[in-house]
Design a protein around this ligand. Structure first.
Ligand SMILES: [Zn+2]
Length: 296
């Protein structure tokens, strides 16, 4: 990953102010004030206030311009780059199918993101730890990033349930909770290493006040048949065997889910019927063609 390129992008897009720029704003205002003092003397001589009032209006406009320009301090590229060098950043994974749905576009079209892999060990309030799998985390370096500017995608061995992480919404955007305001301050001062630490800590801590989904619901969902929703513990009737989903993709981002024996049997029967129909169809075709041949 080219940290120099990203550091340059960050500085170029930060709307930062230099000391020279701030001095030039002050100069602009003091020039106006000097003019106003000269006009005060004129008012004393001829009593005409129209000129001085016009100057006050101009001064107000200049103050507006000075105030509306951003006052973020612009960091030097070298400092940002050395900050980025401390982080375990990674290249975009070559395998595109690691991202479910059409989310690959979000990644390929935004090259100037800080990105890394996070092996998530979620600390629960009761002291236990949930292994949530590995996530691909991306931090938007734009100062005007919408929301937290953090996107979290399931990468390997994750639970296939909602966004796969309780603090990540269905659009893969992460909720920083109480750390949100701190994050936007750190973004302004370009403390990227501190942002990395806060994101990692937030991903590893289950906050029962602000999850997008409850982790106990996930456990419940993972017991059920992925096809029909059958639940061994809740549903009546003869108990069915639960086996790992035969259609599970070992190269995908998720760990396997379970399918009930009835769904497997149903699929097996349907596959058999389809094969039988195909054979019948091919046989009929063959007979028709032979007849045609014999008659010709
Ligand atoms: Zn089933």
């Amino acid at each position: 990953m080219n940290t120099k390129d990203i550091a340059q992008h960050i500085v170029a897009n930060s709307d930062g102010t230099t000391l020279d720029e701030i001095k030039s704003r002050s100069r602009m205002l003091s020039k106006s004030l000097r003019k106003i003092r000269m006009l005060e003397r004129q008012v004393e001589q001829d009593g005409d206030t129209s000129q001085i009032q016009l100057q006050w209006v101009r001064l107000r406009r200049k103050v507006d311009i000075a105030v509306n320009k951003p006052y973020n301090w612009s960091a030097p590229v070298d400092r940002v780059e050395s900050e980025l060098a401390e982080l375990p950043l990674c290249e975009t994974p070559a395998q595109q199918e690691f991202l479910p749905g059409s989310k690959w576009g979000e990644v390929s079209e935004t090259p100037h993101y800080l990105q890394w892999m996070h092996e998530c060990k979620l600390q629960m309030p009761d002291g236990s730890v949930e292994d949530m799998g590995t996530f691909f985390v991306r931090l938007n370096t734009d100062r005007r990033a919408i929301g937290s500017g953090v996107a979290v995608y399931p990468h390997k061995n994750c639970y296939e349930f909602h966004s796969s992480h309780p603090h990540v919404g269905s659009g893969q955007h992460m909720c920083m909770g109480e750390a949100g305001e701190l994050m936007s301050n750190l973004r302004r001062t370009h403390d990227w290493a501190a942002m990395y630490d806060i994101i990692s800590a937030t991903l590893d801590t289950f906050n029962p006040d602000s999850p997008f989904w409850r982790i106990d619901r996930m456990h419940q969902e993972l017991q059920r048949c992925r096809r029909c929703g059958y639940d061994t513990e809740r549903d009546d009737g003869p108990e069915r065997d639960m086996i790992p989903d035969p259609n599970w993709d070992p190269n995908g981002p998720y760990r396997p889910r379970l399918v009930c024996s009835e769904c497997i049997e149903h699929e097996r029967k349907r596959a058999f019927t389809n094969a039988l129909n195909d054979a019948q169809y091919n046989h009929n075709n063959l007979v028709t063609r032979r007849r045609y041949h014999d008659n010709a």
